[in-house]
Design a protein. Structure first.
Length: 179
């Protein structure tokens, strides 16, 4: 049974199979986006063959999208149209690819003081009424241990940092209870 429902679902299936066979298929990105496009066409243009209008509307950059998101969402549609055109199965033109933003972002390395301020602010958070909190130890490595659950006290805690130059992980202790 096909997972494609548009008027050109057999073409979509052939395209997907050819990409899978050639090892050029990414199910996470391509699979999801081709299914969404197919579903859009099936709902808005039931039973119709692929048309330029369908592609233009689907591939237009959305208000909530950045250039890279739009590029990723529409890449599989451009590949699909290229596949069909190479086989003489459509006159539809692939939309131009938006130029991806290749700007690399430099991560911010927090200073000892910034981390201290961050965890101090975290320690001031009061849990929502009726929510159970408990003592837990959270390390930078991501391990968590719990104890003293259900204490009737406001959220409190502290941050223990390693000595300067040390390679051990900072540990944040949080204690709390029901309000």
């Amino acid at each position: 049974m096909s997972v494609y429902y548009s008027g050109f679902s057999a073409s979509v299936e052939s395209f997907v199979n050819s990409r899978k066979i050639s090892g050029a298929w990414n199910e996470t990105v391509f699979g999801m986006n081709i299914r969404l496009f197919d579903r859009y066409c099936a709902e808005h243009y039931p039973g119709e063959a692929l048309r330029q209008e369908m592609v233009d509307i689907w591939c237009a950059r959305r208000k909530t999208e950045n250039v890279n998101s739009c590029y990723t969402r529409t890449l599989v549609i451009r590949l699909f149209i290229g596949y069909l055109r190479k086989r003489g199965q459509t006159d539809v033109l692939a939309p131009p690819a938006l130029k991806q933003n290749k700007e690399r972002r430099i991560p911010h390395a927090f200073s000892h003081e910034e981390l201290e301020r961050f965890f101090r602010e975290c320690d001031q958070i009061i849990p929502c009424r009726g929510r159970l909190s408990h003592a837990s130890e959270i390390t930078a490595a991501g391990s968590t241990t719990s104890s003293a659950g259900g204490l009737d006290c406001p959220l409190q805690g502290h941050v223990a940092f390693p000595p300067k130059g040390g390679l051990t992980n900072p540990v944040h202790y949080v204690t709390g209870g029901r309000l």
